[in-house]
Ligand binder design. Structure first.
Ligand code: 13P
Length: 262
């Protein structure tokens, strides 16, 4: 993990309304602050539905909580006639620190391409919001043994032509589609294979320093029972957690992955 600060990001997807969000973030923050150093050992982030953001902001600011929060998607456009979309500046006004981009569910159900992801990464970086850029292969590609080149290609397209300042606002998340919400976790070795290749690709694209400092997360059926072995791999810097992040006790255990190292 070198000197990279571990990052545990809970992607709530389309779950928990703003009332439920307040209770969930409160429980998470109280659980984590019970023990010392939790927020130094790992960044704890929740990626919530847009309608929850204002409530979560008020809570986190008002109670000075250590939990960070973010969004699950954003428009590439600055403003204008884009019905239903949310702009980067709207997120910035809400104190958003992170935003997921190119999640496989966005790619699958909304036709998002690497080029669009690239535009969104730039738009976010311009306002100081860090993009969590998701890449990962579907089952057919894995079965054919092409998961590394497929994922690296998607990474190259998603992160094409970024400046050093933009790269400073990038986190990568490797999420094999077949492991999302299925209970089917990639083995730590599977995850390390692809994440190691992602780091090598970053070195080729942007040099060894960017490769050494950019955080790369694993996502797909992460739970408190498997997070420690995943985090033990040298290139894995954290997790993007779906289902298990909806339960604040369980997510707190994931943030405290160091407790489970045997
Ligand atoms: P699960 O943890 O529910 O498999 O979801 C992973 C995911 O898609 C996080 O973005």
């Amino acid at each position: 993990m070198a000197n990279r600060t571990p990052l545990m990001a809970g992607n709530w997807k389309m779950n928990l309304d703003h009332i439920e969000a307040i209770a969930t973030v409160q429980k998470l923050a109280w659980t984590l602050t019970d023990a010392k150093h939790d927020f130094e050992d790992a960044e704890a982030v929740v990626l919530v539905p847009f309608t929850d953001l204002r409530s979560v902001q008020t809570l986190v600011d008002g109670d000075k909580l250590g939990v960070k929060y973010g969004a699950q998607d954003v428009s590439k456009h600055k403003s204008g006639a884009y019905t239903g979309e949310i702009s980067v500046s709207m997120l910035a006004k809400l104190g958003v620190a992170y935003c997921a981009v190119g999640h496989s569910e966005r790619r699958e159900y909304h036709g998002e391409t690497d080029a669009l992801v690239n535009d969104k990464v730039r738009a976010l970086a311009a306002e100081g919001i860090t993009a969590i850029v998701c890449v990962g292969e579907p089952l057919e590609i894995r079965k054919a043994g092409n998961h590394v080149p497929f994922t690296v290609d998607s990474l190259k397209g998603s992160l094409a032509n970024l400046s050093p300042a933009e790269l400073a606002h990038v986190v990568v998340a490797y999420e094999p589609v077949w492991a999302i919400g299925t209970g089917e976790v990639a083995t730590p070795e599977d995850a390390q294979e692809v994440i190691g290749a992602i780091r090598e690709a970053l070195a080729k694209m942007y040099g060894p320093e960017v490769a050494a400092t950019t955080r790369v997360l694993y996502g797909g059926s992460v739970k408190s029972s498997n997070v420690a072995e995943i985090m033990a791999k040298p290139d894995i810097d954290g997790a993007l957690v779906g289902g298990a992040s909806l339960d604040p006790q369980e997510f707190a255990k994931i943030v405290r992955f160091k407790d489970h190292i045997v």
